[in-house]
Design a protein around this ligand. Sequence first.
Ligand code: ARG
Ligand code: GLU
Length: 719
Amino acid sequence: MKKLFISIMAFAMTLPAIADEGMWLLPLLRQQKFPEMQALGLKLQDYDIYNPDSSSIKDAIVIFGGGCTGEMVSPDGLLLTNHHCGYGSIQRHSTVEQDYLTDGFWAMNRDEELPNPGLSVTFIDKIEDVTDYVKAELAKETDPNSMNFLSPKFLNGLAKEKVGEEFLLNNPGTEVEIKQFYGGNQYFMFTKKIFSDVRLVGAPPSSIGKFGADTDNWMWPRHTGDFAVFRVYADANGNPAPYSETNVPLRPKQWLKINLQGVNENDYAMMMGFPGRTNKYYTSWEVAERRDIDNAVRIRVRDLRQQAMLDEMLNDPAVRIQYSSKYASSTNAHKNAIGSNWAIKKRNFQQVKQDEQDNLIAWSKKNCEPEYPDALLTLEEIVENRKGLRFRSWMLDEALSRGIEFTAVPTQIEPLVLALKGKDKELQKQELRALEQAYHRFANQNYSYKVDRRIAKVMLEEYCKQVPAAEQPAYFELLQSKFKGHVDEFVDYIFDNSIYGSETNFNAFLKKPTAKALENDPMILFAQSVRNEDMALKNALKEFDEGYALAHRSYVKGLLAMYGDKANFPDANFTLRLTYGQVRGYEPRDCDTYGYQTTLDGVMEKEDPTNWEFVVPDKLKSLYEAGNFGRYGMSNGKMPVAFCATTHSTGGNSGSPVMNANGELIGINFDRNWEGVGGDIQYLPDYQRSIIVDIRYVLFIIDKFAGAGYLLDEMDIIE
Ligand code: ARG
Ligand code: GLU
């Protein structure tokens, strides 16, 4: 008994990571986590998941577009991801007459699939530890303060050198990349194959794919069918090729089997995908900085901006459509910041990180390793010294650069000014046309002068309240000298007197263009001044970056030396990771208990035909009423919609496959609960849940709702 206790204690002490925590890198999986995964129920061998010498499940997982994950589900290149990941592609095929966003889209055969220029799908062919190679190259550096150890440009240069030009020439669509891990203590090289002929096969209507929209975003219980179907095409040899009618569906090395048996509480679940960014190795000072500067500024400023925007949207249906996407992306990060601060407080992250630091200091003393305590002192000092600049930079970014749309007006006016001062009429015409095009890209169909004018007033008011006049962009001097600090008059002046202030103003300028009008244009001067200030602040902050990066690398190195890397996964950096855990509900507040599975009943409970976010399509209603869910229904007669699990995921994991103990697809990840977003700093076993659309709902919608059941014929389905 005593012996058992001792061995459990020893085990626990080498494992500061909490079960289910972690975004594990595949080549390290076997050494770091595999026994725990099997103990939790995994029935596969490590080489089934990742095999450096042969194909494995990893070959079915892809980067979808620029920031999502997708998975192959058929030998004919069929791919699943989220509706919100395919949103841009679906939108680009939509018109008022043929609105695929609203009505959904389903190709009824391969000829009807829609190409998407600019969209790509990336397979990870090979992952290699190149730490020794990179460190040897870095050792040749003469500049002791070089930041090359973190520089993507430098590292990717090394990657190309390593594989050689010829390899890349002989393998079109193949790219190599070296990324740093553990703050620059380890390096891996990724050989990627990028396919650019990716066609839209199907998407549910937004009333399914985006059901609950912003109100339900970051929320559980959830009832969204957030999925879309694409197909990857290749040339006749299976190689990446630009879109061509002669391309054929890609035959991937692996595709996932689909399991319709459903989930039970505490079932093993794992996810593979491309988590974007986490800050597990924050010090206590960075936690405070994130809370008091980054998150606080974002929450305050976006609150004000969104209030004004929503008011305009509710007052005018045209504005509602124009701003719905801007509003959604603003609230997405806003709610995330709120959840992040909630968790920092609730779980006292500052103390958690402080304890970790204290442990390291004590350990370092015992082992005579002064490097690590020194690194901590440096980090503390840097965070303290960059406070003021960081606050100004966040205020400028949130309130002015992102908050006010007209800070993005075209300001490249020199060529036109020169042309107008000269005599070449043809050149003038040409430059005017260029400006006109740039202007219309800015003032596009989703831009409202009225809304921007109103929001600019709100944003400037707040900015001037928070940032002293001496620290504002130079052009704001005019606000004091000419308008006595009256923000509203300043903004009205800018709109009324700028060529970009209205369609009328711009047309008047086109009729009688002068260099003087451009050079004195208040909106251009405003925008230039904000951008100059932004550059100045970023440059000033750069002074700290180098010291920070070196100290951060030392700190992480110290933690690895103390705990060993078995327990410590590297921060997310948009590389392929595996996270595992269990299907499970949670209790975020006293007596507030959430189950793990939602059903169509909940969709009907949330239905509100007067609110666009909660409209339920008629067809879905009649399917619900008929209650004949066939093989997709649960044994209690209900139709599953979504479930949640303890898997440690973050932004970028959208579209990630969620698999059972046999590696079969049981759902598609699409969100997290807002109580769990603090997991980007410190995993929250009792609060954090990945939100996953149940694969049975996905197939039910494809088959019974859309009538595109023919797609299921090419999948491997386990009933
Ligand atoms: N919160 C999810 C993820 O970051 C979904 C975002 C898209 N949906 C939305 N309603 N904005 O990123
Ligand atoms: N919706 C997120 C994404 O687009 C995933 C949510 C999260 O942060 O976990 O990747």
